[in-house]
Every structure is written in C-alpha cells, then in structure tokens.
Write a protein that binds this ligand. Sequence first.
Ligand code: CP
Ligand code: NVA
Length: 320
Amino acid sequence: MNKALATSLGSVVQLHPGRSVRSLLRDADLSIPELKRLLDLTQQVKNGRQRYASALRGRYLSLLFEKPSLRTRMTFELAIKQLGGDCVLQTGMIADREPLKDVARNLARWTDAIVARTYSQETIEELARWSGIPVVNALSDLYHPCQALADMFTLKERFGQLWGLKLAYVGDGNNMAHSLLLCCARLGISCSVATPPGYEPKAEIAAEAKRLARESGVEVEITHDPSAAVRSADAVYTDVWASMGHESEIEERKKVFSPYQVNEALLSKARKNTVFMHCMPAKRGLEVTDSVMESAQSVAFEQAENRLHVQKALLLMLLQ
Ligand code: CP
Ligand code: NVA
C-alpha cells in the first residue's frame, strides 16, 4: 500500500483514547469506558425501541459472510432496519474473484460501514485498512466480539453488576474463549478457562487477558481441570468443540473433549445460582447436554436476544 494512503486510512480507522469508536475489529478496540458506555446504551435501546427508529435513516451496511450464520446475520439485518437504515448481503469468500483491497474500496463507495464474518482476522483488518469506513468483526477465527458484548450485557441484566463475578469457560480455546477472556478481564469478571491439553487459548491473548485482569483487580486462570474452573463460578459457558472450518476434526475432538461436557454433574459444582451460557449453535450431547441447555439456569436465549440490542447500540456508536 502507498505509505501516505496507509497513514491517512490508518488514522481514520485507528482508535484513540477519548475519541469515539470507529471500528470493532477486535475486542480491545473498545476502551473500558467505551465498553461500559456501550452496555448502558444497549439498555436504553432495549428499553425504548421507538426512540431510535430513525436514528440511522439513510445509512447502509455491507454484510459480508464467508461462513454460515443465523443469529449474527439476522440480528445485524434487523438492527440496521429497526434503526431506520438498510443493508446488502454478500455470502462466500470475500476475495475469491478480485483482490480484497478492490472489494473494500468498492463497498466504501456504496455503503457506510462493513460487517464481516471471515476465516482470517487479517481479512477483517485489511477491509478496515482499505475501505476507510467502520468495520465490525462479526466473527473471525480469532475473535467473536459482538457475541462477547451481548454476553456481558446478559450477565449485567442477570446479576445487576459485573465487577467481582466469575465466569468459567469450558471447552475449546477458540474465538469465543478469546473474546470472553478479553471482555471479562476488562470489566472486572474473573475468568477460568478449562480446555483439553493442546486446545488452550492463544498464549498471547491469555497473557493480555491476565495483564488486563490484574489492572481490574480480578483473576484469569487457564487450566485443564473443568471441575476446578467451575468452582464458585457465577456463569458456566461453553461453545462447540469444532468451530466453523474445523468440522472435519469432530470425531477426533469428541474423544479429547468428552470430559469437558457441561452436564448437570459439572454444573452442580458451580455456585447454586450459576447461569449456563452458550453462544449457539449448540450441539446437544456433545459440549452440552439437552437438560442443561433447556434448564432454568440456561440464559442462552437471552444471549441470542441481546445480540440484537447490543449491535444496535454498537451501530449507533459507530455511525451516529
Ligand atoms: N452465536 C452466533 O454467532 O451465531 P451464528 O453463527 O448463528 O451467527
Ligand atoms: N466458535 C464457534 C462460534 C460460533 C458462533 C465458531 O467459530 O464456529
């Protein structure tokens, strides 16, 4: 990329402390005050849908999905439409017909922001760099920030306040684990992640979460022991054992992950009033039993509902 262009585009999409958020490429793009403001705005949006009915009138989103989706795609479509705007959708690999830098600059000529679900995190970062318009990560192999934001809001709704809670994540050290680690650590939620050996979260993300947790005065633990992880947890979270792109590994993974299933026995080792969380889609009989998924402790459908509200708040922060 031309250096002057890179600098000028960079300054458009980079986040600076004190400046309003322009893109959500990775969880860390939201400062802690922005994160808290987003959760407050989510509550206002949830309480008063009509108030925001034309807030984004005449604004258009490009939705790019390299991977399947139910919740993310529908809630972004609904969010922009309920805010008075509209969107256009493209599925399939983003840069299979032409260079990504050309796609990005085309979209920037037609629409106001890009929401992208990709395989590689780099694709999302390159879209932001070349388009110069706000870009939202709708899941990459590395992060799922919109889901983690809805999860933080769900916990806040359930417990009233976040600081001092403990979340246990049991399963694959994947994109969901990464985003939860980074959000929990910054909001003062202790986080224990239990994975099979070899499936831990990325070391640099775990180290960053530990640093952030120390600043917040809480703890981050990475372990291989699911019972230890859920001890005194207020929330027990799991996700699929084979993420999109890794489906062919499922038979091998079933053997390794079976001690990490969230079932009634494991959940009973957490606090009495613990909630069960899942980003969905859920594979019943694998990472979670049907009885836990359907139990009164499960807030999985609240999480899914809150995707809509939190993404409306995010679009308002990015586009207003
Ligand atoms: N939780 C989530 O992102 O669901 P989808 O894959 O259906 O979008
Ligand atoms: N870790 C899962 C999350 C799905 C919402 C995946 O990437 O497939």
